[in-house]
Ligand binder design. Structure first.
Ligand code: AHG
Ligand code: MN
Ligand code: MN
Length: 337
């Protein structure tokens, strides 16, 4: 049989898992389908980026204090437009928007909340390096109705019902979890569908790669410095120095960590004591994936999934990847508490 026929397509996979899921509602599957369609639309735009006038910045600075790229804005608009109409959401929040977005009363509303980083790694777009969309799906807290309020969104990562990312790389991949393992799909551009290419991904118990922006090492805390020294030395569990890899797109660095093992780190730095990464749209969804694949995600002291955000754009330090590698960092942080 030809490959395209032999592989399971994402809608069939979702239907199959739907039967075992506590969220097997029409709303929920519709939400996933529309999200996937948004990802395909963004992927198409990114593939044409060098040919259209959509590279470079908009000249604006977002709520995070970062320069907005044209493709950040395009991806953000595609997601907001499509997802507001999907009928499954009551609210959304985007890395690019200062406030959460309640679904307008002109559209049907549902019980779910979507949090997303429309384009992660956007400083890499102009040099044709992998970027991605990260998403997290929450359910509106039981017993709440009427207008959505900010508190409805501020839930710990452990409350997520699904999370994942779409990676726009040499091929476009969808990797997601609904709490039943982590599954990876590759977009076949010929048929326009994601096909199951990486069923039930498991992170190796220990890796051989550490991933961190070492340019900031002088601004790290002592525990972060000691952690990197541990991976670079021979007094570690591998008894050999780890390799260093850093793309600078979290989604790409995480994807490599998921498949090869090892650790991705964004420690606190002097000017950013909470680190740079956003808890709700970056750290929590990737933490859900890491745990579902048998790995760990920590802020150095706590499980990322247990942190309750105190604001929409709360940040957190992040240490994520293979169980033994993340546990080694946590042990070092314990010494410096
Ligand atoms: P975004 O493009 O969504 O703003 O995220 C950028 C993040 C993340 O992708 C990456 O890991 C990190 O910024 C890189 O930051 P440094 O340049 O400080 O290493
Ligand atoms: Mn990001
Ligand atoms: Mn972004």
């Amino acid at each position: 049989m030809e490959d395209e026929i032999a592989e399971v397509a994402v809608p069939a996979h979702i239907r199959l898992h739907q039967q075992k899921s506590p969220h097997s509602t029409e709303q929920y599957t519709g939400l996933l389908y529309d999200l996937i369609l948004s990802g395909k639309t963004i992927s198409r735009r990114i593939n044409k980026a060098g040919l259209l006038d959509i590279l470079g910045g908009t000249g604006e600075v977002n709520v995070q204090g970062e320069n907005v790229q044209k493709l950040d804005e395009i991806a953000n608009r595609i997601l907001i437009y499509r997802m507001e109409r999907c009928g499954a959401l009551c609210a959304m929040a985007s890395e690019e928007e200062p406030n959460f977005i309640p679904v307008s009363p002109e559209f049907p509303r549902g019980d779910y909340i979507l949090i997303f980083d429309p384009l992660d790694g956007s400083s890499n777009i102009d040099v044709n390096i992998n970027v991605g969309t990260i998403f997290s799906i929450l359910r509106r807290p039981q017993g709440t109705s009427g207008d959505v309020c900010l508190e409805d969104l501020l839930q710990a990562g452990a409350q997520q019902v699904a999370a994942g990312y779409i990676l726009y790389g040499p091929s476009t991949m969808l990797v997601f979890t609904t709490g039943q393992g982590v599954h990876g799909f590759t977009l076949d551009p010929g048929v326009g569908e994601f096909l199951l290419s990486h069923p039930d991904i498991r992170i190796p118990e220990r890796g051989k790669i550490y991933s961190v922006n070492e340019g900031y090492s002088n601004c790290w805390d002592e525990a972060a410095r000691q952690s990197v020294a541990y991976f670079k030395g021979t007094d570690n569990l591998a008894q050999a120095p780890y390799s260093s890899r850093y793309v600078g797109s979290l989604v790409a660095d995480f994807h490599r960590t998921l498949l090869y093992g090892g650790i991705y780190m964004y420690p606190p730095v002097v000017e950013k004591p909470q680190g740079k990464l956003r808890l709700m749209c970056e750290a929590a969804p990737l933490a859900f994936l890491a745990e579902q694949a048998g790995g760990l995600a920590s802020d150095g002291h706590r499980r990322i999934m247990d942190i309750v955000p105190d604001q929409l754009h709360a940040r957190t330090p992040l240490f994520i990847g293979s169980t033994q590698d993340v546990a080694a960092v946590e042990a070092i942080y314990k010494r410096y508490k």
